[in-house]
Write a protein that binds this ligand. Structure first.
Ligand code: PGA
Length: 264
């Protein structure tokens, strides 16, 4: 796991976009796994800028989103479909047929639908780079505490804390969904590379538990310790409870030295 200590959300977003851009440039037909939430918004903004100003080409990129609320149709303004259109897909040249986001419409068989989503990922050749945020209690996707560490795409009931955290995106009279379809931890772990983004003091405990704590289903992001290629970008506040920061800085320096000043 490469832990990169960022000064602030701005440098985190810029570096996250650089990693994605570097991946797209070196492999134009890349399959990206994408996340929603507040954290990756700056990364999407920077990718849109790179597309516009530096002609970063997304025309062969395939994407799979991590999750979607159950009960919100794709047209709902708070759906992750709407989020992705607003922050990214409406502004770059990814062909619509290359975009996959779980559909949160209520359906008779979730098993069938989720198996189909998994099959689409497999048919696309698997995810090359999966971008993740992290919840306050250490979830990735909507894999809440006690999720099976080998789970696949499935419906999940959201933790009370997650529903509370998501309240801010909804109007005062609106119900906040309490269920979602999410890629599983096994699905995420199958990605070839993983990029975890964490910003803000409210993430500090989760980041420390995920990176330095024991691997446990109580903090599902800790399963990433078993993955061979994870990069964690944490800003100063999110990194505040990490104990081995001097080690991470040394590794960053060594990586830069052997990689012509670059971390990736
Ligand atoms: P956030 O959510 O980026 O809005 O903090 C992250 C998550 O819950 O995975």
């Amino acid at each position: 796991m490469l832990v990169v200590l960022e000064d602030d959300d701005r440098s985190l977003s810029r570096d996250a976009a650089r990693i994605v851009a570097h991946t797209v440039l070196s492999q134009p037909r890349v399959t990206l796994g994408l996340a929603t939430g507040s954290t990756p918004i700056g990364m999407y903004r920077e990718l849109v800028r790179l597309n516009r100003e530096e002609k970063l080409d997304f025309s062969h990129v395939v994407t799979f989103n991590l999750d979607e609320y159950i009960g919100l149709t794709p047209g709902h303004p708070q759906s992750y479909h709407a989020y992705m259109a607003r922050h990214f897909f409406d502004h770059v040249n990814i062909p619509p047929e290359n975009i996959h986001i779980p559909d949160g419409s209520v359906r008779p068989s979730y098993d069938e639908y989720c198996a189909w989503y998994e099959a689409c990922i497999r048919e696309a050749g698997g995810i090359d780079l999966q971008v993740l945020g992290i919840g306050k209690e250490g979830h990735i996707g909507f894999n809440e505490s006690s999720s099976s560490l080998r789970s696949r795409t499935r419906p999940k009931v959201l933790a009370i804390q997650t529903v509370k955290d998501n309240r801010r995106f909804f109007g005062p009279r609106e119900d906040v969904p309490d269920c979602a379809i999410t890629m599983g931890l096994g699905t995420i772990m199958d990605a070839r590379k993983i990029l975890l983004l964490a910003s803000g003091a409210h993430k500090a405990k989760a980041v420390a538990a995920a990176v330095e704590g024991p691997v446990t289903a109580s903090v599902t992001a800790s399963v990433l310790q078993f993955h061979p290629h994870v990069t964690v970008l944490a800003d100063r506040d999110a990194a505040a409870e990490l104990r081995r920061t001097s080690d991470y800085r040394r590794i960053m320096e060594m990586t830069r030295k052997t990689n012509s000043g670059r971390l990736w």
